[in-house]
Every structure is written in structure tokens, then in C-alpha cells.
Design a protein around this ligand. Structure first.
Ligand SMILES: C[S@@+](CC[C@H](N)C(=O)[O-])C[C@H]1O[C@@H](n2cnc3c(N)ncnc32)[C@H](O)[C@@H]1O
Length: 360
């Protein structure tokens, strides 16, 4: 926090920004924005699902501490009727100046340039991409993304166009601790949001059933270093990647990994303050048939591990099955959020126990 306080006053420019997040976790993003930047942010509003806009007084790079955000863009307005006008001398000079300044603030020297816009494959955008690449000595990015990445959109409240320039060379959601891309690994911003549900005692004991590559555990420990955490998974390969990710995050002392069935976790009853599970959806991992048995067993095992105050945060796409299983369990839903994860709509359930539960 002292670091934020010292660097966010490096500049007193107030500028307009757009934050992109996962549709469904906007309130987590709002909370984090206010928690980290307090009165330095103003006029915060959600403009459409997954997008927040706000004004911020401070250096743009200081916003890169946000963990619930995919990417931050600084907004610049151009009074032009159409993007073709950006190729004219005056606007092109301003555009390249903005992009040079942004690139100079990165922690790496960018090599690639990408443009995102409706019609980005049109001849105008192709020319713009080529001319900008030449002017800035960058390669046009094959995947359209690029380390220096800009978007162009028509102004919603005016006749011109908006240039949105990503403030970092990589999206913030691309975590440095990820040593490998694993199918089924959870988007880190969603994992972070899961760790923001409910309160916890100091030095809490935390268990992630079906922990996979440990994304949730790492996100939790990065903001609560004093807690002790265990991941439980039946897949040795996933656990190994989880261990490597944990090491890369510098959290090996806090996070243990158990090769075990989450229906019979080798941990004592009533020993856990917080439970997490990103359950197999039955798409990439597992099957609906497996889940029919797995889900009720996991809820029961979570009940055995939990104390009266324990919150169980669960992500699943098997919403009907989950609700049916919850009806036969001691857990009740205290909060439920629908998330849009690349076209899938999993649900984030925050569960607490009925006070009249029976512990076996
Ligand atoms: C959706 S993935 C979890 C992904 C994880 N959140 C991550 O970011 O990598 C579900 C995980 O459940 C594990 N799993 C399936 N059945 C299990 C069981 N009975 N006990 C423990 N783990 C199980 C799978 O091996 C897989 O790693």
C-alpha cells in the first residue's frame, strides 16, 4: 500500500480509463478499484457487461495492481468522422505520440502492435496497422493482439472516435506465475473474485477441493500471505503444475498439495475456515455422469471439513445439478453470480451452512 501511495502521486493528470473484466465480476472489480485507489478514482460507472469506465489521478502504470481486471485502457478522444482520418498528418502525429509515450512506460520494449476494432480487417485498418508499425518500428501482431495494443471505437456520446490504448504490454490477467497453459485452468481474475467472498480470521486455514493448477490458492495467498492452504486433486500432472505455479508465485511455504480424492480429503474434520472448489464442468474435464456422484459427495466432504463459520465458494457450470445437490445438503446459497466465461455461463455460489446442520 505504501508503494501505491508513493507512486500514484507521480503525476496529477486526471485521465479517463476503461477497465475490462469478466462479465459477472464487475462488482468485485468496483470494490477492488475503490479499495486500492480510494479517492484517486472518480466517476466510476459500468458502461456495458464487463466494462467499467472511470477517471483516475495518477500514473497509468500504477493501475496494474488490479487483480480483478483483464486489462486497463487509457482513453483519448479524436474529433474525426471516421478512422480513415487518422491517416492524415495531424491526427497520425498525435496518434504515434500517444503510442510512443505508452510504449515508453512499459516494463519491456514492445515488439508487436495490434489493433482491435469492428472491421479491423478492412483496408483502412490494414493501412493504419502497417503505417503505425512502420512509424513505431514494430511488427504487426499475427494474432491481432500485440504488446502495444489499441482499440478504436465510435464515441457513444459524441460525433468522434475514441482511441483506447492498453496501459500494459500484457493483459493484467496473464499472471507471471503461470508456468504452463492447462486445459480447464481457471481465469485468474475469476479466481481472484472467488477469494473476495466473505470474511476470514487471521491465519485462516484454507482448502481448495479439486484444486487443479492451484490458481485459486495462489490468488488467495497473494493477498493473504499469513493463511495456510491445501489443494486436493486426484490428477498428479495437475498437482505438479500447481506446485510449479506456486513456486513461481513465491508461495510454496504457504500452499501444500495433496494427491487425493476430494470426496475423502486426508484432513481433519472441522479444521477449515474457507473452502473453494472450481468443480469439473463435464466439458473439458470429467463428465456429467461422473458429476452426478461427485457433486453430492464433495458437498458432504466439505461439510465434514467445515466449521460453523466456514464459507464454501464454488464455481460450476452444472447449475441444475448443483442446486439439486444443495437441496439435500446442509449448505445454503448466500450469494450467486452468473459469469460469462468465453461463452460459457458458470455460476459462482457462495455457500454457508444451515444453523441446524447435523455433523456426522
Ligand atoms: C475445473 S478443474 C480445476 C481447475 C483449477 N481451478 C485451475 O485453475 O487449474 C477441476 C479439477 O478437478 C479435479 N478432480 C476431478 N475429480 C476429482 C476428485 N474426485 N477429487 C479431486 N479432484 C478431482 C480434476 O483433476 C481437475 O484438476
Amino acid at each position: 500500500m505504501a508503494l501505491i501511495a508513493s507512486i500514484k502521486h507521480m503525476t496529477s493528470d486526471i485521465a479517463e480509463y476503461e477497465a475490462e473484466t469478466i462479465p459477472g465480476i464487475e462488482t468485485f472489480a468496483l470494490d477492488e478499484l475503490y479499495r486500492l485507489y480510494g479517492r484517486e478514482v472518480s466517476q466510476v460507472r459500468q458502461t456495458r457487461p464487463g466494462f467499467l469506465r472511470f477517471r483516475y489521478r495518477g500514473a497509468p502504470q500504477t493501475l496494474s495492481l488490479l487483480r480483478s481486471i483483464i486489462a486497463i485502457y487509457r482513453i483519448h478522444c479524436f474529433s474525426i468522422p471516421r478512422p480513415r482520418a487518422l491517416l492524415g498528418h495531424e491526427h497520425f502525429t498525435r496518434l504515434t505520440m500517444i503510442l510512443r509515450q505508452t510504449a515508453a512506460s512499459f516494463n519491456i520494449v514492445p515488439e508487436t502492435l495490434g489493433i482491435g476494432a469492428a472491421g479491423s480487417q478492412s483496408s483502412v485498418f490494414r493501412r493504419l496497422r502497417l503505417e503505425l508499425s512502420a512509424a513505431l518500428a514494430l511488427q504487426p501482431a499475427d494474432d491481432g493482439k500485440g504488446e502495444l495494443f489499441l482499440r478504436l471505437i465510435r464515441q457513444a456520446d459524441g460525433p468522434g472516435w475514441e482511441l483506447l490504448v492498453r496501459t500494459t504490454a500484457q493483459p493484467l490477467s496473464k499472471r507471471g506465475y503461470r508456468v504452463a497453459d492447462v486445459p480447464g485452468a481457471l481465469n485468474a481474475t475469476v479466481a481472484f473474485a472467488m477469494t473476495c467472498c466473505g470474511s476470514l480470521p487471521h491465519k485462516a486455514r484454507v482448502v481448495n477441493l479439486c484444486s487443479g493448477s492451484s490458481t485459486i490458492l495462489i490468488e488467495h495467498s497473494l493477498t493473504r500471505a499469513a493463511d495456510s492452504l491445501f489443494g486436493v486433486d486426484t490428477c498428479g500432472d495437475m498437482l505438479n503444475i500447481g506446485r510449479r505455479n506456486t513456486r513461481a508465485a513465491g508461495m510454496s511455504a504457504a500452499i501444500g498439495h495433496l494427491l487425493a480424492d476430494a470426496r475423502r480429503a486426508p484432513l481433519p474434520s472441522r479444521s477449515v475456515d474457507r473452502l473453494y472448489a472450481d468443480l469439473p464442468f463435464g466439458h473439458h474435464i470429467g463428465s456429467h455422469q461422473d458429476n452426478l456422484k461427485l457433486y453430492p459427495a464433495i458437498l458432504q466432504e466439505a461439510q465434514r471439513l467445515a466449521q460453523a463459520h466456514t464459507t464454501f465458494v464454488v464455481l460450476t457450470h452444472e447449475v441444475k445439478l448443483m442446486k439439486r445437490c444443495l437441496g439435500n445438503s446442509a449448505w445454503q446459497i448466500t450469494d450467486e453470480t452468473v459469469i460469462n466465461l468465453r461463452g460459457l455461463h458458470p455460476r459462482l455460489f457462495v455457500l454457508n451452512q444451515n444453523s441446524a446442520r447435523i455433523v456426522k
